[in-house]
Design a protein around this ligand. Structure first.
Ligand code: ZN
Length: 91
């Protein structure tokens, strides 16, 4: 007669843990995007100007248009979804 032992399966808990971690990371990033929507421009390091390669003359950073910062990717997505929601389809 085989003995049957009650065991807890581990397969479901690993997938659940991954989903939980991804949810926490996503909510944390979205919260960061709501609190600080702008980030420093990586190309000009937040100065808004860059030196050209040939004459080393100061030029306005093309990536941030001289502002020194730009919207985070998550905030761009939030703004797009909000605009899409606000426009909506009239009933
Ligand atoms: Zn820049």
């Amino acid at each position: 007669m085989p003995t049957l032992a009650a065991t807890a399966t581990q397969a479901g808990s690993a997938a659940g843990m991954i989903i939980l971690i991804l949810t926490i990371v996503t909510l944390g990033y979205l919260t960061a995007c709501m609190i600080r929507p702008f980030r420093r421009c990586r190309r000009c390091n937040g100065t808004g100007s860059r030196r050209s390669l040939i004459l080393r003359a100061g030029r306005t950073c093309r990536r941030c248009d001289g502002h020194g910062e730009h919207l985070r990717t998550g905030r761009v997505a939030i703004n797009y979804l909000r605009e899409l929601h606000d426009k909506g389809t009239p009933r």
